[in-house]
Write a protein that binds this ligand. Structure first.
Ligand SMILES: NC(=O)c1ccc[n+]([C@@H]2O[C@H](COP(=O)([O-])OP(=O)(O)OC[C@H]3O[C@@H](n4cnc5c(N)ncnc54)[C@H](O)[C@@H]3O)[C@@H](O)[C@H]2O)c1
Length: 300
């Protein structure tokens, strides 16, 4: 079952018989859903996740991502649901001291969004110790792409992710793409990020849940491809895949953007046998382009 309050999500993204519209902070609703559907495990994707917004509205982020998250955990404890896979983020590391970033790097978020995710990771440790609730936190780098076999793609409002933004520019849905900063210490001066295809990300969730069900302990893993691409490389890749030119506007740096964020994801490969099927940027962008050109208005 999918529980979503549709504050950001799309009804059309889920089979109608699987969707319960409601809030994961609603204890009574959680009891009803967990009992009615005999829930044995939870994958907790729900969150507010706009870094900029979190800087001006930390209250909303701690309320939703931590306080309501606690209500979810308490619902699980009340209903003896023992396993949780949690969507954490590279933002728990903050400005990295070294790349690739491994799981033992210092955890120093630089915004309330990352801080709220780290707080929840810490809470999970104590819920395991006190209540035996087993969890795996997956620290995603940049989730991207669309399901090549289906109708599910990326549609945020406002859109803040680079690949859909560049694709919208290629489709003529926005005038240009703005590049924030061209003087970073990277080969072309623009920021470098690690993109992971959503099908590979989904696969990691299944492996994580199986590992918990087999009795492995609670832990956290990075989830990224381990290779970085610059903003300009992403733009060039969209142009290549789409066969269209994109108007690029070069601008100043944005506060708080680290130059390079690339995952060291050896641990999840070694311990869970995770193996990305879409490691190349061109494949990831290709699936996204397919979906956006088929559904230029997204789910609407
Ligand atoms: N997309 C990425 O690149 C990325 C990177 C790192 C981490 N993450 C994390 O992965 C998860 C999914 O990200 P996404 O990009 O799909 O974001 P999203 O906003 O599309 O999905 C989050 C969903 O949670 C729902 N939601 C929020 N608060 C809720 C509440 N109180 N009760 C019920 N539903 C609620 C929203 O309606 C939305 O459907 C988030 O936890 C995010 O922090 C995403």
């Amino acid at each position: 079952m999918v529980l979503d309050n549709l504050s950001k999500g799309h009804r059309e993204a889920v089979p109608v018989e699987r969707l319960v519209v409601g809030d994961f902070g609603d204890g009574e609703l959680l009891d009803r859903v967990m009992q009615e559907h005999k829930i044995e495990a939870v994958m907790h994707f729900g969150a507010l996740s706009l870094v900029g917004e979190s800087m001006t509205r930390p209250d909303m982020y701690f309320q939703n991502n931590v306080a309501k998250g606690l209500a979810l955990l308490d619902g699980m404890v009340r209903n003896q649901v023992k396993y949780l896979v949690f969507s954490s983020t590279a933002a728990v590391y903050g400005e990295p001291e070294a790349v690739p970033i491994t799981e033992d790097a210092r955890l120093r978020p630089t915004n309330p969004y990352g801080e709220s995710k780290l707080a929840f990771e810490k809470i999970l440790k104590w819920y395991d110790q006190a209540f035996g609730l087993k969890s795996i936190s997956l620290r995603y780098f940049n989730a991207a792409g669309a399901d090549p076999a289906g109708d599910i793609g990326e549609d945020h409002n406002p859109e803040s992710h680079l690949i859909p933004l560049v694709i919208q520019a290629a489709l003529g849905l926005r005038e240009n793409i703005q590049v924030f900063g061209t003087d970073y210490p990277t080969p072309d001066g623009t920021c470098i990020r690690d993109y992971i295809h959503i099908n590979d990300l989904a696969e990691a969730h299944v492996l994580a849940l199986n590992s918990l069900a087999q009795g492995e302990g609670s832990t956290a893993y990075n989830l990224g491809n381990g290779s970085g691409y610059s903003v300009l490389e992403v733009i060039r890749t969209v142009e290549k895949v789409s066969g269209r030119k994109v108007k690029v506007v070069l601008g100043e740096r944005r506060a708080g953007d680290p130059a390079v964020l690339v995952a060291g994801s050896e641990r999840i490969r070694r311990e869970l046998g995770w193996q990305p099927k879409f490691p190349e940027l061109e494949e990831i962008v290709g699936t996204a382009w397919e979906w956006h050109s088929r559904y230029p208005g997204g789910f609407r």
